[in-house]
Design a protein around this ligand. Structure first.
Ligand SMILES: *Cc1c(COP(=O)(O)O)cnc(C)c1O
Length: 383
């Protein structure tokens, strides 16, 4: 490399590399849809739903327009609304709590475990107590499998069963991950995921899916997806949405799903190399017992007193992008700060929001490029 030139910028998530790998198969898949012109509810939509059911082990898959709609549609199908409390972690992407608030129900924010970034069961119990004291009716919990790692679903499921809550898993970042040998999509009443391009399994636009073993819920979801339709389009039995996944996106996803296992394995190799190269200088993410990750993000914690902005600037100067997920937890956001939080506050979420930073992570991050990232991180911390 010429030392006088700036090194090539590293991609944070390299969508183009996958595009090169799949080039013709995706071109052909899109061309087939352009040929048959069934842009809504074309045959690829049904085919994708079957392939996703097969991949996850879920009995029913309902594709939809986004991960946010996936969450919202389950809450709508279950009739969640005013006076209901739905528990979700505060350290997450805003869509988790947003879907709850859109139904008129109250999101109650609970804390996360600092080691896994996922819901803290003790805080969940304190959140349930807080909701009851406020006169709200606890109805559901939305664990998030953050950054690609499965949450502790047995523990959450046990609390939910005891309190009569249903579990809606927000696996928007974690489709493909597993918990105790079971793929996400089979835990809780329903699982929501997103196919936003930057998610581990992404399409070329917006998309999402809901997974459930409950046939009655699947039927209700198919109704909510099309304006709450009953026996036909012009019979409306409930409120619904324009919540469908486009046929073109389904056709693209069918091709991407074929290489998804291979990409998950590659992501895990990248994560192992990061842990080896950085484990003694930053807080690297650890997998909890029984949990796997698809590494939607590789998020590390900077040492106490480290200037995060300065660190990010030092990496950027070497062509290495970083991102902060999430600089504010949901309960710290203007739109959500008036909603209740679990008793005892959410100190872990607040600490994480102040010291996390995410490094480039994708299935096509080769060893020499990753070595550059590792070197730059180590250099920035020692200067
Ligand atoms: C991306 C994401 C969503 C929303 O998915 P969209 O497809 O962007 O609507 C929901 N929850 C979490 C945790 C996410 O990361």
């Amino acid at each position: 490399m010429n030392q006088h030139l700036r090194p090539d910028p590293v991609a944070f998530i390299d969508i183009a590399a996958q595009r090169r790998r799949l080039g013709k198969s995706i071109d052909d898949a899109v061309a087939r849809v352009l040929g048959h012109c069934q842009f809504i509810n074309g045959p690829e939509v049904t085919e994708l739903e079957a392939a996703l059911a097969d991949f996850s082990g879920a009995k029913h898959v309902v594709s939809c327009a986004s991960g946010t709609d996936a969450l919202l549609m389950v809450l709508m199908a279950k009739g969640v609304g005013r006076g209901d409390a739905v528990f979700c972690p505060s350290f997450t992407f805003c869509a988790t709590g947003e879907a709850v608030a859109l139904t008129g129900a109250t999101p109650v924010f609970v804390d996360v475990d600092e080691a896994t970034f996922n819901i803290d069961s003790a805080s969940l119990k304190r959140g349930i107590a807080a909701a009851k004291r406020l006169g709200l009716k606890p109805v559901a919990v939305i664990p998030v499998d953050l950054f690609g790692q499965s949450a502790d679903h047995d523990v959450i499921g046990a609390i939910a069963a005891e309190e009569g809550l249903f579990v809606l898993d927000d696996a928007a970042q974690a489709f493909g991950a597993s918990y105790k040998g079971r793929r996400l999509g089979t835990l809780g009443l329903a699982t929501a995921t997103s196919f936003f391009p930057a998610k581990p399994l992404g399409c070329f636009g917006d998309g999402g899916a809901i997974f459930t073993d409950d046939a009655e819920l699947a039927t209700a979801l198919r109704s909510v997806r099309v304006h709450g339709q009953g026996s036909d389009k012009y019979d409306n039995v409930r409120l619904g949405l324009t919540g469908r996944l486009d046929t073109v996106q389904a056709a693209i996803l069918i091709e991407k799903l074929r290489i998804f296992e291979d990409e998950i394995a590659a992501r895990n190799k990248v994560a192992e190399r990061y842990a080896q190269g950085l484990g003694n200088v930053v807080g690297v993410p650890r997998l909890a017992a029984g949990c796997t990750s698809v590494w939607a993000q590789y998020t590390v914690r900077l040492p106490a007193g480290c200037d995060r902005d300065g660190f990010a600037a030092a990496l950027k100067a070497q062509g290495i992008p970083t991102a902060i997920y999430y600089p504010k937890s949901m309960h710290q956001q203007t739109a959500y700060r008036d909603f209740p939080v679990a008793d005892g506050g959410l100190p872990a979420s607040e600490r994480l929001s102040s010291d996390v930073i995410s490094l480039p992570m994708h299935a096509y991050l080769d060893e020499p490029t990753q070595e550059r990232v590792v070197k730059a991180v180590r250099g920035a911390l020692s200067s």
